[in-house]
Write a protein that binds this ligand. Structure first.
Ligand code: C5P
Length: 227
């Protein structure tokens, strides 16, 4: 069967990765979470002391990019690939609210973007890929056969993310999560390099009032039509 490239972009915490994972599994495609790659670079910058609440040494980060090696390794038990930073599993560490607070600053650095985009393009060379992020349909795979742009109201997105974070971080507050979600959207949409925009031929899905099942069946239909 013909294999295609599926690009899923959209606002923060719209459930892009859950949907992309499901779709990849159903179609027997590979799934790439590009947000995890930007998060891993952010974790590296935090560990090296290049970024903190009142400080960001962009030059040092750029000078050290060659020391960052990112890879995904499939976890049979979980059924998806986990993110590794210099051969260390960082899948959990990159999901913290601290990483979420810095990631959009790191993702606005052009040198970071070009390093990661190169690697992302390689993952898609043989098609049969579902990739989610912010610039997949515009920059990484402008020729993708199917482009989806996901959105939902900021409050609904923050509520979903808050409930996800709560078990591992009982001190997290809803307001903090809402602020993080809206701040990230603002930085991601206004940065100079590869801002988050709706690709001209993307299909916009607002999932504020859709169940996961309704959304999945809608997108699976679109994918089947595109194949
Ligand atoms: O998808 P996720 O919310 O994990 O992405 C984290 C952050 O990484 C985004 O808020 C954005 O700043 C950045 N990102 C990006 N381009 C991508 C994927 C993520 O700029 N393709």
């Amino acid at each position: 069967m013909k294999k295609i490239t599926i690009a899923i972009d959209g606002h923060s915490s719209t459930g892009k990765s859950t949907l992309a994972k499901q779709l990849a599994k159903e179609l027997n495609y590979i799934y790439v979470d590009t947000g995890a790659m930007y998060r891993a670079v952010t974790l590296y910058a935090m560990q090296q002391g290049f970024i903190s609440h009142d400080y960001f040494n962009e030059k040092e980060l750029v000078a050290n990019l060659q020391h960052i090696y990112l890879s995904f390794k499939f976890n049979e038990h979980l059924g998806f690939a986990e993110m590794f930073l210099n051969d260390e599993n960082v899948e959990k560490a990159i999901r913290s609210i601290e990483v979420s607070g810095f990631v959009s600053k790191i993702a606005a650095v052009s040198e970071v973007r070009s390093k990661l985009v190169q690697q992302q393009k390689r993952y898609g060379i043989d098609k049969g890929v579902v990739m989610d992020g912010r610039d997949i349909g515009t920059v990484v795979f402008p020729d993708a056969e199917l482009k989806i742009f996901m959105t939902a109201s900021a409050e609904i997105r923050a509520k979903r993310r808050y409930l996800e974070l709560l078990p591992s971080n009982p001190s997290v507050s809803f307001d903090e999560v809402l602020k993080n979600v809206t701040n990230r959207d603002a930085i991601d949409s206004t940065r100079k390099d590869s801002p988050l925009i709706i690709a001209p031929n993307a299909i916009v899905i607002d999932n504020s009032n859709l169940t996961k099942e309704e959304q999945f069946s809608k997108i699976l239909d679109l994918a089947t039509q595109a194949i």
